[in-house]
Design a protein around this ligand. Structure first.
Ligand code: MG
Length: 166
């Protein structure tokens, strides 16, 4: 069960500041895309997210996108966001996390995995020995398997004393 437990639970990526990262000894982040940075399936640029990314990069934080979205969708967003990453990552498969950590050139203890799903982002990040940060999903989405996963996530989070994912 503890592999599903996030180290931090936050409302929005904006809660992750250079000070937040320094306090946790983190120098890089692996970032989920859908419902973490961008509403599920959206192609609309968000000025607030771009400003957040720019602020972290100015602070020297290394960023890498680790998304299960199609390669085409991931590429579209990588071009906009201006850092490296991959789509079709197959999270929580540990291989994707190992490859991403190698690209960042940082040990897992110095990297935060930021995502909105327990069974992909948090599980994979914990398996890789990373500091996992669960973010409230930007928007619900209609995929039946995701709705089923959300119900399970709520049950797990409640056990951990987090009741915000109503
Ligand atoms: Mg997501």
């Amino acid at each position: 069960m503890s592999l599903l437990r996030p180290r931090d639970v936050i409302g929005h990526v904006h809660d992750i500041t250079p000070e937040f990262l320094a306090a946790r000894g983190l120098r890089g982040l692996l970032l989920d895309l859908d419902n973490t940075l961008i509403p599920y399936g959206s192609y609309e640029e968000r000025a607030d997210v771009m400003a957040w990314v720019a602020g972290l990069r100015r602070a020297g934080i290394r960023l890498y996108l680790l998304s299960n979205a199609t390669g085409k969708r991931a590429r579209f967003w990588l071009d906009k966001l201006g850092f490296e990453g991959v789509g079709m990552a197959g999270k929580p498969n540990p291989r994707a996390f190992r490859q991403a950590l190698a690209q960042l050139g940082l040990p897992p203890q110095q990297v935060g995995m930021v995502g909105d799903q327990l069974f992909t982002d948090v599980l994979g990040g914990n398996l890789a020995g990373m500091h996992t940060i669960l973010v409230h999903p930007l928007e619900g989405n209609a995929l039946p398997h995701t709705r089923a996963a959300r119900r399970l996530e709520r049950a797990v989070l409640k056990r951990y004393g987090h009741d915000w994912r109503a």
